[in-house]
Write a protein that binds this ligand. Structure first.
Ligand code: ARG
Length: 566
């Protein structure tokens, strides 16, 4: 599609004298109208004519010079229809030439995108809820990488705050009763739950915890800090197991604690902007000038300790100084909307020019059929258990459908993890999702396994062709006439990728994959590939290989494996 777009823009530019860079080729609203469209409104000023007149004149002119492309004026639009053989040959050719990089580009060269992702809290299990940030954030990062942006993925670990005062208290009291080494996260969760059960009846617990946190913040390198360090290391080790299963890596792991040395200077900077005030002993920024009745942002509490927001303010300045970003994205649940409004609110009040570049990339909650998850009430699904179970189920399906499969365990892991990841990315990110096992793991419909299965099926056709020595003839591209919808879908991938980046919306890739897989299967059921007249088989095989490669490329952006067989 890129080749046609360039060709059309050049032709339009030649005919009008308007620079090609100012001309945009779009998709027609109705695919029946054509394969590509050009809205003539942008030319009205330069040509001093009404758009429908421009469309009619230009279409006639272009039809004289374009070969294999028909220009049809429809109101203020010119629609273009590409001859089917040419369409197939060009798009399949583009995919073949670009291989696994199909659709990638250098659009983002020189631009930096900072992505705050995953960011779980230490000493708590990473729940399916945290899966969302990890998986969405990592996909957003890969999407931008593919377009040549410099990306910086930062895991902003929640390793600071009063809860660590509480955990140290709990460990000191009951630590001997749990086995921290073999399953640290579950042991810490048990302590956390117990702490909250006993806190009400025993006021010394809360007192001790607040002392502990004050000591932690004071920087004293004593018992509290040592215990905190140990908790952090144990937790990170567990998290890393999950990250490696998901194939996610970070450019920086900077917990909230990292920003401790920057807190004072951050507060001073905000004070210097003249937007702070004292309120009941606490240091705050009034945000009512931003929005009536908006609650103030608390920077420092009466007891001198700082807050989540203070640390995020320190972090955002740090990121800006370090990376001079074009966008700074926070992939964090929609339940923190207010927190990010406050963060941006403080920047606005300080008249920070780059405030609009700071964006909360919110996502919906992941709910269980029985309701919201809650760590305190013990109603969580452990991410690790989810991945285990998904892989197990995939293993069963494979045993049933393809008992001969080599490497079945590896592939079961790829399918299981792929199912969970794809499920998480398939709806627009701001929507809540229900986690329903039966939906996550089917090989049908809009699921990861369905796309993976389609990819593997195409692979099997190619292997059979190679065995039979078919597909070596010159392709007869006209044999792909009825594959035009599929070929157009493949051709639109580069545009889908760009739109997904702009909207930070991996679900655009997911839906493209689902639709494309459906179209591949529909075409394949209607057309035999092997054993046809040599030119026909050759053309169909080239399409099979191109579709397979494009599906793999799309899956790779999501972090989903594309096994050759399953
Ligand atoms: N640790 C936080 C939580 O789990 C999320 C942190 C998100 N990132 C940030 N810069 N605030 O709720």
């Amino acid at each position: 599609m890129q080749a046609f777009e360039t060709q059309l823009r050049d032709a339009l530019s030649n005919a009008t004298g308007v620079p090609a860079a100012d001309l945009r080729i779009e998709n027609p609203r109705d695919p029946a109208l054509g394969d590509l469209a050009f809205p003539c409104f942008v030319l009205a000023k330069a040509l001093k004519k009404a758009p429908p007149a421009i469309a009619a004149e230009l279409a006639a002119k272009l039809n004289d010079e374009l070969e294999g492309i028909e220009a049809i004026a429809t109101g203020p639009y010119i629609n273009f229809k590409v001859e089917r053989g040419l369409l197939a040959k060009t798009i399949v050719g583009e995919i073949e030439a670009q291989g696994s990089q199909y659709g990638h580009g250098t659009d983002g060269a020189g631009k930096t995108i900072v992505i705050d992702l995953s960011s779980p809290n230490i000493a708590k299990p990473m729940s399916v809820g945290h899966l969302r940030s990890t998986v969405i954030g990592a996909a957003i990062q890969r999407i931008h990488d593919a377009l040549g942006y410099r990306t910086v993925g930062i895991n902003h670990i929640g390793d600071w705050g009063i809860q660590f005062g509480k955990l140290v208290t709990a460990l000191d009291r009951w630590g001997s009763e749990v086995d921290l080494e073999s399953d640290p996260i579950k042991a810490l969760l048990a302590l956390y739950v117990r702490y909250h059960e006993e806190e009400e009846g025993d006021p010394t617990l809360a007192e001790q915890s607040s002392k502990n946190f004050q000591e932690l913040e004071s920087g004293v390198d004593g018992h509290v800090r040592k215990t905190w360090k140990r908790l952090t290391e144990l937790s990170l080790r567990e998290f890393d197991k999950i990250y490696s299963r998901l194939g996610v890596t970070f450019d920086e792991v900077r917990g909230e604690a990292f920003y401790e040395p920057y807190l004072e200077s951050t507060i001073e900077r905000i004070q210097a902007a003249g937007v702070t005030q004292m309120s009941e002993g606490a240091l705050i920024v009034d945000l009512t000038p931003i929005r009536k009745k908006m609650a103030p942002c608390l920077l420092r509490k009466t007891d001198g300790t700082t807050l989540y927001a203070t640390r995020d303010l320190a972090a955002v300045f740090h990121r800006h100084e370090l990376y001079d970003f074009d966008r700074c994205l926070y992939v964090v649940g929609g339940d923190q909307k207010f927190h990010f409004e406050q963060l941006k609110g403080v920047l606005k009040r300080m008249n920070v020019a780059w405030e609009p570049k700071v964006e909360h990339i919110a996502f919906g909650m992941m709910n269980l059929p029985e309701g919201k998850m809650s760590t305190r009430e013990g109603r969580v699904v452990f991410l690790e258990d989810v991945l285990d179970r998904a892989a197990e189920e995939a293993r069963k399906i494979i045993a049933e459908k393809n008992p001969e499969l080599a490497n079945a365990d590896v592939i079961a892991e790829q399918v299981g993890v792929g199912a969970v990841v794809f499920n998480d990315l398939k709806r627009e990110r701001e929507k809540d999702i229900q986690f329903v096992w039966e939906e996550v793991l089917t090989f049908e419909g809009e699921t990861g396994p369905y796309v993976q299965y389609t990819h593997a099926r195409l692979g099997s056709i190619l292997r059979k062709a190679a065995e039979a020595g078919e597909g070596t003839a010159d392709p007869d591209w006209r044999a792909l006439e009825d594959a035009a919808p599929l070929i157009l879908r493949l051709g639109r991938f580069p545009a889908v990728l760009r739109s997904a980046a702009e909207h930070a919306e991996p679900s655009e890739i997911t839906s493209w994959l689902s639709t494309c897989a459906r179209e591949v299967n529909a075409w394949y059921t209607q057309h035999r590939v092997l054993g046809q007249e040599a030119g026909i088989t050759a053309a169909r095989l080239r399409l099979v290989a191109a579709a397979k490669s494009a599906l793999a490329g799309g899956l790779a952006l999501l972090g989903v494996a594309a096994p050759e067989e399953m």
